[in-house]
Design a protein. Structure first.
Length: 187
């Protein structure tokens, strides 16, 4: 048995701090008797449950850097990391965009690559959605994710190859996309 209460306060403009206070007491005489003996095990269980809850909520709380880390963790077979960049396999790119939009994260830009033994950029596959002040649009998250989906479904549908895509003639490997994201946004 116990009681709980929420306290909400505005930590800064557009940021809400939420604290949950939970006061718990056992009413079962047997539990009350063994509680002092089981205190360590109960504390460890509590810490594990809290850590799991935090891990599940973290992408929603901390923004785009953690969104990307969470996506990588869940889709490791679709990700390649090199030189500080995270490349998403073309086959998973639309899911990545959908999840970013769902979390209020816009796409500032994206670039196409062939990733094999070497990293080959496709110079014709560079999109900058922040140009001309577009990143100041009130609907930037939705707009930029729509633009990214249009490229993925249209001209970027097939892997880059040859002179027309301005990629090295010996490029071999997996077709992957590098995304640049906004921070978590209410837009």
């Amino acid at each position: 048995m116990g009681t709980g209460r929420w306290e909400f306060s505005e930590a800064e403009p557009s940021v809400v701090k939420a604290v949950y206070y939970w006061d718990v007491a056992t009413t079962n005489p047997i539990l009350n008797f063994i509680a002092p003996l089981a205190k360590g095990a109960l504390a460890r269980n509590h810490e594990r449950v809290m850590a799991n809850g935090y891990a599940a909520l973290r992408p929603y709380i901390e923004g785009s850097a953690n969104f990307e880390e969470d996506f990588v963790r869940r889709n490791y077979a679709s990700v390649e990391r090199r030189g500080g960049s995270t490349y998403i396999a073309y086959e998973s790119a639309e899911v990545f965009v959908d999840e970013a939009e769902h979390q209020g994260i816009g796409i500032l830009g994206m670039e196409g690559f062939i990733i094999g033994e070497f990293t080959y950029p496709a110079l014709s596959r560079i999109a900058d959605f922040s140009m001309a002040g577009n990143d100041a649009r009130p609907d930037f998250v939705v707009w930029s994710c729509r633009q990214a989906r249009a490229l993925l479904a249209g001209p970027w549908r097939s892997p880059p190859a040859g002179a027309e895509d301005q990629i090295h003639s010996e490029a071999t490997g997996r077709y992957m996309i590098d995304f640049t994201l906004t921070k978590m946004s209410a837009r």
